[in-house]
Design a binder for this molecule. Structure first.
Ligand code: 5GP
Length: 352
């Protein structure tokens, strides 16, 4: 389904180096790309190898990239939980670049059925990130702002960055008010610190998928509702939300158009240098008290960031390394300014 002006663009959700691809008919004809790159599709005539070029690249020569279908299949093959059975392929592998490139109909068919899922119900291609069709999008005047999701490991400084952003322009940025089932404290007001609701209502709301995330703490529920995001956006503010990266998938809708920023820790050496006098509320501390960072905290932060990036990196629109807080904040500010004024690539499904 080509988009406007017959051009089709995709965002790569994985890194690709044709030199390391044993299946490519000709390595020299391959196009290498990185996760997040925008590619223009020039031809999808072949079932296994599409022709593409980097978006904006003046060089008209297209290169070969694995087709979505082919890449999904072979990635699924590497995953033990997915049973994919290789079928016998007619022995035409060494037919050379030209021939396998201009496949006849018959060959196409053969290639298409190279791998067949034994249990198709176990094969969820949505969990195998390959490409996503995208289209340029620019916020229109009077249009609601986008939801901005901040993700990052505990202690990386996400809360501090969020706080700095909020106080830099309280009219422009907003955060959600969480729900809780615990009793209101005397100095608190309903709808300010929390929205106080009964356990029964909370449970009903959970069942009705009204929460983006929720958790339990000391026999009470706490959670962020979808409506709380809506009410920030309805005030014509940018909604800042920090959640676990696995929740992002559910927020990726036309309504929210989330822009996902990953706050990444610097190297462990830089962490030791820059966090010398800082404190952390460690995930291992049940009391929730702030203490000086330990070597273990640093290691946990780096490891957690690596896991987040490898599992959810394809959902990140921007990565900001929080080495120096002032610098990271500047970069964050610039990112927000650009988000509101420049054209960005969004999934085509958001605009239809
Ligand atoms: P407190 O009752 O002292 O206000 O908060 C207790 C705990 O609830 C805190 O550790 C806080 O992190 C957690 N909490 C507050 N809001 C939320 C929320 O929206 N979702 C989740 N999962 N936990 C929350």
């Amino acid at each position: 389904t080509p988009s406007k002006e017959g051009k089709m663009f995709i965002k790569a959700l994985f890194d690709y180096d044709p030199n390391e691809d044993k299946a490519i008919p000709c390595k020299e004809a391959g196009l290498s790309f990185k996760k997040g790159d925008i590619l223009q599709i020039m031809s999808q005539d072949d079932a296994m190898w599409w022709q593409a070029k980097h978006e904006g690249d003046a060089n008209p020569r297209a290169g070969l990239i694995p087709s979505k279908h082919f890449q999904e299949r072979r990635l699924a093959l590497r995953r033990p939980e997915i049973i994919v059975q290789p079928l016998k392929v007619s022995n035409r592998k060494s037919s050379g670049f030209r021939r396998s490139f201009r496949l006849s109909r018959k060959d196409k068919k053969t290639n298409k059925s190279m791998y067949e899922c034994k249990k198709s119900d176990q094969y969820d291609t949505a969990d195998v990130p390959t490409y996503e069709e995208v289209t340029p999008y620019r916020r229109q005047m009077n249009e609601k702002y986008r939801l901005v999701v901040l993700v990052g490991p505990v202690g990386v400084g996400l809360n501090e960055l969020k706080r700095k952003l909020l106080i830099s322009d309280t009219q422009h940025y907003g955060v959600t008010v969480p729900h809780t089932t615990r009793a209101r404290r005397s100095q608190e007001s309903d709808g300010v610190e929390y929205i106080f609701i009964s356990k029964h209502l909370f449970e009903t709301d959970v069942q009705n998928n009204k929460f983006i995330e929720y958790g339990e703490y000391k026999n009470n529920y706490y959670g962020t509702s979808i409506d709380s995001v809506r009410s920030v956006l309805a005030k014509n503010k940018v909604c800042l939300l920090d959640v676990q990266p696995h929740t992002v998938k559910h927020l990726r809708t036309l309504e929210f158009k989330p822009y996902v920023i990953f706050i990444k820790p610097p190297s462990i050496e830089r962490l030791r240098e820059t966090r010398k006098n800082a404190k952390i509320i460690s995930s291992r501390d049940d009391q929730g008290t702030a203490k000086p960072f330990t070597e273990e905290d640093f290691q946990e932060m780096i490891k957690s960031a690596q896991i987040m990036e490898s599992q959810y990196g394809h959902l990140f629109d921007k990565i900001i390394v929080n080495d120096d807080l002032t610098m990271a904040f500047k970069e964050l500010k610039t990112t927000f300014d650009k988000l509101e004024t420049e054209t960005h690539w969004v999934p085509v499904s958001w605009l239809h």
